[in-house]
Design a protein around this ligand. Structure first.
Ligand code: PXG
Length: 292
């Protein structure tokens, strides 16, 4: 079956889904996006994703030509058109076509496109064996320069850190704030478990306010686990009992080594396992239905 892409109000075939080389999304990374999951025919936390998209757009003074409800409808419609039950959805709003200068006022027509694809799941073993990480030397953007809370099309900060990970032959890496404290990873939020308590950097640290992060905090509270959102240095990761990452694609993935040091006993921990199970229960039980 041909893949159908939502592009500015129409469902078009993948080969026809094209934007101008003058689109400022391409020329300047001037735009915003979301990565969303569908599980069992339902879109997980769609309202929260759309809210974050609208907040990101407002932060860069980008007027999305669709309302919250219309964005929900377009997303669900794109999933339906592609027969998606379990999948990955990319929702993108670009500034639109302008001239070769930066001025966003020259771009009168933002573009909205939605790709709903079957998901390339992480290998199952990953959840049994856990990931090794490095600490990247590329610091996370300072909120005073480019707020990491804005999920913009300008991902070079993360890509530079990702290149360090690739060179070190690991999947993910920890990015520090300009002040040298732990912020997040290149495409995931980070948690540590110490003495049975969960700790994660606060949104004010300059991180993406992850939808999975919020869901996991709720799971922890339901499990009676104390959660602290506070700044911590990399040493607190080294000395933690457990560490894991959260993200739409990764869900919860255990971390077993950081900078060559074993975390806890070097195996995925019990608290991580409990939270992953709870999180998976959530993805099985809630979401915006795609089909009647
Ligand atoms: N931090 C950053 C910097 C992210 O990009 C997360 C945390 C997790 O947020 P959610 O809302 O997904 O729980 C992200 C998620 C990729 C990829 O290919 C990752 C993300 C977006 C698109 C692609 O790894 N971001």
């Amino acid at each position: 079956m041909e893949q159908l892409i939502y592009l500015d109000g129409n469902l078009v075939e993948r080969d026809q889904a094209k934007l101008s080389v003058y689109d400022h999304g391409l020329l300047y990374g001037d735009g915003v996006f979301e990565g969303i999951r569908a599980y069992h025919g339902r879109v997980f936390r769609l309202d929260q994703h759309i809210k974050r998209l609208i907040r990101s757009a407002r932060a860069i003074m980008l007027d999305i030509p669709l309302s919250h409800e219309e964005l929900v409808e377009a997303t669900v419609e794109t999933c339906r058109a592609n027969d998606i039950r379990d999948g990955y959805i990319r929702l993108v709003v670009t500034r639109g076509v302008g001239d070769l200068g930066l001025d966003p006022r020259k771009c009168s027509d933002p573009s909205v496109f939605i790709i709903a694809a079957n998901i390339q799941l992480y290998p199952k073993e990953l959840y049994e064996t856990g990931l090794p990480l490095i600490t990247c030397s590329t610091r996370r953007n300072s909120p005073a320069s480019l707020d990491p809370g804005i999920k913009s099309l300008n991902y070079l900060n993360n890509i530079l850190a990702k290149i360090e990970c690739i060179q070190a032959d690991v999947e993910e890496g920890i990015m520090l704030t300009n002040g040298g404290m732990v912020s997040e990873c290149t495409g995931d939020n980070i948690f540590v478990v110490s003495d049975g308590e969960l700790v994660t950097p606060p949104v004010e640290a300059g991180i993406l306010d992850g939808i999975t992060r919020t869901a996991v905090i709720e799971c922890a509270q339901a499990e009676g686990i104390t959660v602290s959102e506070r700044m911590f240095p990399i040493t607190e990761v080294y000395t933690a009992d457990e560490c894991f990452l959260t993200g739409t694609a990764a869900e919860l993935v255990p971390v077993v080594r950081v900078d060559g040091r074993s975390i806890g006993d070097g195996k995925p921990g019990e608290t991580t396992r409990r939270l992953l199970n709870r999180f998976r229960d959530l993805t099985e039980s809630e979401g915006t239905p795609i089909y009647d």
